[in-house]
Write a protein that binds this ligand. Structure first.
Ligand SMILES: Cc1cc2nc3c(=O)[nH]c(=O)nc-3n(C[C@H](O)[C@H](O)[C@H](O)COP(=O)(O)OP(=O)(O)OC[C@H]3O[C@@H](n4cnc5c(N)ncnc54)[C@H](O)[C@@H]3O)c2cc1C
Length: 424
């Protein structure tokens, strides 16, 4: 197939070597039709990757097979992975019962629980790039492309730059939409022994689920890999002190009879969507583009979408359309990220089994801000309308078959399962 955009995409940079940067670099290598294109993979080895991000969505299974050309079984084993069929919620909502949000079709479609480091290694093997270990000072738009300024190196000009440098240092209202309706902002990460052993003959076939367990100060994720089990306590540091969270984390692990743990990190995080994810020359991907707390593991799937949309448009559309395409792609991506945010924030709308300060605040004060935060005038996209449409569909006595495949970032089936489980 002739890809008319490929001629104007000769020199590309990916800045960052975390999950998002690794996916972007492997995607350029895989999708660019001209093998003599130039790809620079730039990162500062003194700045560590975030390294968490062990849950995914089913599209990653196909994507990794395509990018690596390896069979699914091999990919899963290389990732020390297990098959994730959904998220098991414990203690959420007003019904006081546990429930599962399955991928659709239920018990068929699966994603991976994966080691983020091993996934990056796997993707590097499938990437053909010149590696540059240097600090990037600035990425700026210039005529027909973008310029990257380095510390201690001459600047370079590129036709397209993927900016995968991770979280912004601070949020600025001109540049970022603050998703203020999500009530958490910090994670404590612990690593515990594996509960699922590696199979010698092949990948682990057992169905596994990310557990999302409500706790007085927030919730705990439990992600089973064959190398270890990952635990994270997600909370709000402005509401709960770290000591109280650590003590409740200890109590949880003790009740679960987890014999030992390794303390990994305390990670503060912002909840935001960048207003300019793509401007035609610079594409922000991964945590540089958007982030919301990890309740539904929306970060890797978001990076896949950002990278895929930008590359497909640049390769398949003639360059003359770029000025018109870029705002449309940007609006689509901002809209999609904000829809993810609304879906995640809505999980808090019915509280949990705990009548604690965290849960009262989340339900009564934080979530109700969603209409203001996602006001179409303020965010220049229609995410709020799409979200309202989903809730309206759920409230209908009969959902017409024509609506079954509707989505607001995630399918109607996901909204329906959450609505049933939470009791809202
Ligand atoms: C608690 C927690 C749990 C999470 N769980 C999940 C999950 O289950 N599923 C999921 O999909 N996501 C999850 N995430 C999100 C996860 O962080 C992302 O999926 C993923 O790691 C993307 O990170 P990144 O590549 O954008 O950035 P990072 O991993 O931060 O990488 C940034 C890269 O940029 C480089 N860099 C930075 N600044 C410069 C500079 N100036 N010059 C040169 N190089 C630079 C660094 O060296 C690094 O290589 C979670 C996040 C948190 C906080």
């Amino acid at each position: 197939m002739i890809q008319p955009g490929a001629r104007s995409l000769r020199k590309i940079a990916v800045v960052g070597r975390g999950t998002a940067g690794a996916l972007a670099a492997a995607s350029v290598t895989r999708l660019h039709p001209d093998k003599d294109h130039e790809l620079h993979h730039i990162y500062d080895s003194r700045i560590p990757v975030i390294g968490v991000g062990e849950g995914s969505w089913p599209s990653l299974v196909q994507e990794l097979q395509r990018l690596t050309n390896l069979p699914h079984e091999t990919v899963q084993q290389r990732l020390k992975g297990t098959r994730k069929y959904g998220v098991a919620f414990e203690g959420w909502g007003r019904r006081n019962r546990d429930f599962t949000h399955f991928f659709t079709p239920q018990q068929v479609s699966y994603a991976y629980h994966l080691s983020a480091d091993l996934m990056a290694d796997l993707l590097h093997e499938s990437t053909q790039a010149r590696h540059i270990d240097a600090k990037v000072l600035n990425i700026t738009r210039v005529e027909g492309g973008a310029r990257v300024d380095f510390e201690g190196r001459a600047p370079e000009r590129y036709d397209l730059v993927f900016d995968a440098r991770g979280f912004p240092r601070e949020l600025h209202p001109d540049r970022h939409i603050d998703i203020a309706f999500i009530p958490t902002n910090t994670a404590v990460i612990r690593r515990c022994p594996a509960t699922i052993g590696e199979e010698r003959a092949g990948p682990v076939l057992q169905h596994t689920y990310t557990r999302a367990v409500a706790r007085p100060n927030g919730w705990i994720f439990v992600i089973p890999l064959t190398a270890h089990t990952s635990y994270g306590y997600i909370f709000n540091r402005d509401v709960s002190g770290l000591a109280a969270v650590e003590a409740d984390f200890d109590a949880f692990l003790e009740a679960e009879r987890v014999p030992a743990f390794e303390q990994r990190a305390v990670i503060p995080f912002p909840n935001f969507v960048h207003r300019r994810i793509y401007d035609g020359a610079i594409a922000r991907v991964g945590n540089a583009a958007a982030f919301m707390e990890p309740l539904e593991a929306t970060a890797i799937v978001s990076a896949q979408l950002q990278i895929g949309m930008v590359l497909q448009m640049r390769l398949n559309r003639p360059i003359e359309h770029l000025e018109r395409d870029a705002p449309a792609v940007n609006r689509f991506l901002v809209n999609n990220m904000l829809c993810y945010g609304l879906f995640v924030g809505w999980h808090y709308s019915c509280g949990s089994r705990y009548d604690s300060e965290f849960w009262r605040r989340a339900r009564d004060r934080v979530w109700p801000q969603y209409r203001k935060a996602a006001d179409p005038e303020a965010v220049d996209c229609a995410a709020l309308g799409k979200f309202d449409d989903m809730i309206e569909l759920l409230n209908r006595p009969v959902i017409d078959k024509a609506d079954w495949n509707r989505m607001c970032a995630v399918p109607l089936t996901s909204y329906a399962q959450m609505s049933q489980g939470l009791g809202c």
